[in-house]
Design a protein around this ligand. Structure first.
Ligand code: PMP
Length: 403
């Protein structure tokens, strides 16, 4: 008898299982379109030069030590992160009614905030887009939410947003539900609401007394413009909403494994900061006590140094423009091959991912026959495309949708 003999096999996490299958594949022209990480035009991971520069400066700084950080993290990091999201001249910043909490990347920010919402505020229902980043459900459920519900998002016929469905589902949501919104570069579809659609979404959220919780994993990485990618969040704050926003520095700093994140909290009254912070402190204390320093020091070093900050903006412009270029090339090659269907959505979408519209059977065929690894939902990561493999991928899609 073992204590563990009743443990059932858990289901694998698709994206990690896919990467393992890709790594184990010995086919020469294999392509990984599953991976959610930036690759250079040569298909290689990229450590940003500003990150290297910051690490060198930190290594030479004898004043730094390995003492514990405060429970809510490093203030020079979290303040800079919150300002990067909201802008210096944001009313919530000027009125001192916002603060940041350093978290274990974007996932950690989501989890800490979800724990707070469930345990301190007693929230029970959360809404997520259909489809969404697959981890939202697990994070919110394990944080103590009773029920997760979908709101409509993707219209496969138009390969765009099902805006009417989205609005109808939010209108029918019970008061006090928490609504997870992707701040920009929706994962997995790559399809974002327009400015006027965001305004309508905000109106319904206000009217129905719902709580907006933004997930911002791609600021700057999506369009190359930090302001543009934060515009939905900033709009909500300007409209007077109290909200949470989970920020990840995995993509825009290439710091995937350093787990650098921030939870921006916006309140409508500065007097609420002290009690709210005290409850967050207890949530974090009970989970992991306090965060690690290395990644946060790197980001703080760059965000608080005007010269490095400018260089970093060049880096994010490089990354986003390579992705936008690959979107264009893939679409053009598919159209050149007269691939059945309309491929214009590939260039209308934004960020790392796109829903191709390929079915599960077709997506599995791409993996099995062509060694092109993609999620069975039909999602591809543009980062896996390079000038060398884009034609191979387009031909494979052409063969798959034609057969
Ligand atoms: N939210 C979304 C929508 C994401 O795509 C990701 C990254 N895949 C995250 C959150 C969190 O990533 P991380 O924890 O690595 O910051």
């Amino acid at each position: 008898m073992s204590w563990f003999s009743e443990v059932q096999q858990g289901s694998p996490v698709e994206v990690f299982a896919l990467t393992k299958a890709y790594n184990d594949d010995i086919f020469e022209n294999k392509v990984n379109l599953g991976v959610g990480a930036y690759r250079t035009a040569e298909g290689k991971p990229w450590v940003l030069p500003v990150v290297r520069a910051a690490e060198k400066a930190l290594a030479n700084d004898d004043t730094l030590n390995k003492e514990y950080l405060p429970i809510l993290g490093m203030e020079s990091f979290s303040t800079a992160a919150t300002r990067m999201l909201l802008g210096e001249d944001n009313p919530a910043v000027l009125q001192n009614r916002t603060f940041g909490i350093q978290t274990l990347s974007g996932t950690g920010a989501l989890r800490v905030a979800a724990e707070f919402l469930a345990q301190v505020l007693g929230k029970k229902i959360f809404y997520y887009s259909n489809p969404t980043w697959e981890n939202h459900k697990l994070v919110f459920k394990t944080a103590g939410f009773e029920e997760g519900r979908e709101y409509r998002y993707w219209n496969n016929a138009t390969r765009g947003l099902d805006f009417d469905g989205l609005i109808e589902d939010l209108r029918n949501a019970p008061e006090h539900s928490v609504i997870i919104l992707h701040a920009c570069a929706h994962n997995p579809t790559g399809c974002d609401p327009s400015t006027s659609q965001w305004a309508e979404i905000a109106e319904v959220i206000k009217e129905r007394r719902l709580f907006p919780f933004f997930d911002c994993a791609y600021q700057g990485f999506a369009s190359g413009d930090l302001v543009k990618d934060a515009s939905a969040v900033r709009y909500f704050v300007q409209q007077g909403f109290e909200l949470f926003c989970a920020q990840s520095f995995a993509k825009n700093f290439g710091l995937y494994n350093e787990r650098v994140g921030n939870l921006t909290v916006v309140l409508n009254n500065p007097d609420l900061i002290a009690p709210v912070k005290s409850q967050f402190t207890l949530v974090v204390r009970g989970m992991y006590s306090n965060p690690p320093s290395h990644g946060a020091r790197i980001v703080a070093h760059v965000l608080n140094n005007p010269e490095l900050y400018n260089q970093w903006q060049d880096h994010i412009r490089n990354m986003s423009s390579r992705i936008i270029h690959m979107r264009k090339q893939l679409r053009e090659t598919l159209e050149h091959l007269r691939t059945p269907g309309d491929w214009s959505h590939l260039t209308q979408h934004i960020g790392m991912f796109s829903y191709t519209g390929l079915s599960e059977v077709q997506s599995l065929h791409m993996v099995k026959k062509h060694h092109i690894y993609m999620l069975k939902s039909g999602r591809i990561s543009m980062c896996g495309l390079t000038p060398q493999n884009v034609e191979y991928v387009a031909k494979a899609i052409n063969e798959t949708v034609s057969s």
